[in-house]
Write a protein that binds this ligand. Structure first.
Ligand SMILES: [Zn+2]
Length: 428
């Protein structure tokens, strides 16, 4: 059956409407639409949004299939309401050639759960020494427009300048993991009161802020576009706000975990809270929420970073950095931004679908919920309350900081171009 009638959903959190899907496209949006010949999905009380887009996902394939594969990662994405994800380049081998990005792109298409747009490395092997084949990756079947050495910072200013100049030719963007390497040697957590008490190596805010300041000035100097990954400090917000007021072409993302969790949690020594950039202070968290609300921070991106049990279930210092996030992202945003009155659901759609699609050039995603548009949609039961149980995750990894924590909202349905990838909370 190719017709689906979603009945009585609050489109973008507004008035209840029916949405009729025919094939890959939304045929009509209105009230009292005929259900003739259509499969009906009763959606009364639920919120309908355009399918979410994640600009920052680690799918781990090729090379670390014990953590995640393109298939398991895209199944996790569909469970979380995503219809497109951008896959970071720090795989083994690194996605620094046309061959590797095409392989990831093809695996995404084969998975069928979610569109996968590979991100290309900025430098060969993420080593910061030599520019990767940016042009060849852009011209490949994968059509790469976003480049990042994420996991590592492009810390050499000349290399960053060259990358910004290069991508300008085809409207690409460099996504920077802002971490001054010398200032973060031996860093284990946010540098501050808690790190001093625990005696753990500190990751100071200035290590992030100094790189962001440098990069927005470089972007201005060469007239190119820069995107700041997982911005985490109040000072970073001020720099991006200043850069935007000056007309510099900069966009920024915040992760769900930086909107909710603080470095106080590290007192538990539970490595599930070990992440890069680290969890910051309450003051930073509040500044990030405000900045996401006022548009200084453009988007939410998960930085979904799956790790196998053995890399996390060990002492703090030895543990890998990162958290899974695809399946809990929308719930965390609901709790921190919607239920606090900082964002409407329409604004959530803007920051988790429209804008990330725009920044990454994912045409066909982040489109309005209206007739003639691709049927990339997600249905959310916002009234749901329940504790997070990682046993039910589709991701191959379980390193979530939310185990047992009550979070609001549950994604019940996801449609990728009219085909259900998630039905009543179960993968299709
Ligand atoms: Zn990163």
């Amino acid at each position: 059956m190719s017709k689906i009638l979603i009945r009585g959903a609050k489109v973008l959190g507004g008035e209840a409407q029916d949405v009729l899907i025919d094939g890959e496209t939304i045929e009509a949006v209105g009230t009292g639409l005929s259900a003739e010949g259509a499969e009906v999905v009763e959606a009364e009380g639920k919120v309908l949004l355009p399918g979410l887009v994640d600009l920052h996902t680690h799918l781990r394939e090729p090379g670390r299939e014990d953590s995640e594969t393109v298939l398991t990662g895209t199944r996790a994405a569909a469970s979380g309401g995503f219809t497109a994800v951008f896959a970071m380049a720090n795989t083994f081998p690194v996605a620094d050639t046309a061959g590797v990005v095409e392989q990831v792109y093809r695996l995404g298409q084969e998975s069928g759960y979610c569109d996968v747009q590979p991100i290309g490395a900025v430098t060969v092997g993420l080593e910061g020494k030599k520019l990767a084949e940016l042009g060849a990756m852009h011209e490949s079947a994968a059509g790469v427009t976003v480049f990042s050495d994420d996991g590592k910072c492009v810390d050499d200013a000349v290399m960053m300048r060259r990358a910004l100049e290069y991508v300008k030719a085809f409207g690409g963007v460099v996504a920077q993991h802002a971490q001054e390497p010398r200032l973060t040697e031996g860093a284990q957590m946010n540098e501050g009161v808690v790190s001093a008490e625990l005696g753990l190596g500190g990751w100071p805010a200035v290590a992030e802020e100094s790189i962001i300041a440098r990069d927005v000035l470089l972007a201005e100097h060469v007239g190119s576009r820069v995107h700041i990954c997982h911005l985490s400090t109040a000072g970073s917000v001020e720099i991006v706000r200043w850069a935007k007021s000056r007309g510099i072409d900069v966009t920024a993302e915040v992760t769900p975990h930086h909107l909710l969790l603080t470095d106080e949690l590290v007192r538990s020594y539970n490595p599930v809270y070990k992440v890069n950039p680290p969890l910051r202070t309450e003051r930073d968290v509040m500044a990030l929420r405000e900045a996401l609300a006022d548009g200084t921070i453009d988007i939410v991106a998960t930085d979904h970073a799956p790790h196998p049990h053995e890399d996390k279930d060990c002492e703090w210092a030895a543990a890998a950095m990162g958290m899974v996030g695809l399946e809990t992202a929308l719930s965390v945003v609901q709790q921190t931004m919607v239920e606090t009155g900082l964002l409407t659901w329409a604004a959530v759609a803007e920051r988790m679908s429209v804008k990330p699609a725009e920044i990454g050039g994912a045409t066909g995603h982040g489109r309005p919920v209206s007739a003639g548009e691709p049927a990339n949609l997600v249905l959310v039961d916002a009234d749901y309350r329940g504790a997070v149980d990682p046993a039910g995750f589709a991701s191959r990894s379980r390193n979530t900081p939310y185990e047992g924590r009550e979070l609001p909202g549950r994604v019940t349905h996801t449609w990728l171009r009219g085909r259900a990838t998630l039905v009543d909370g179960n993968l299709a």
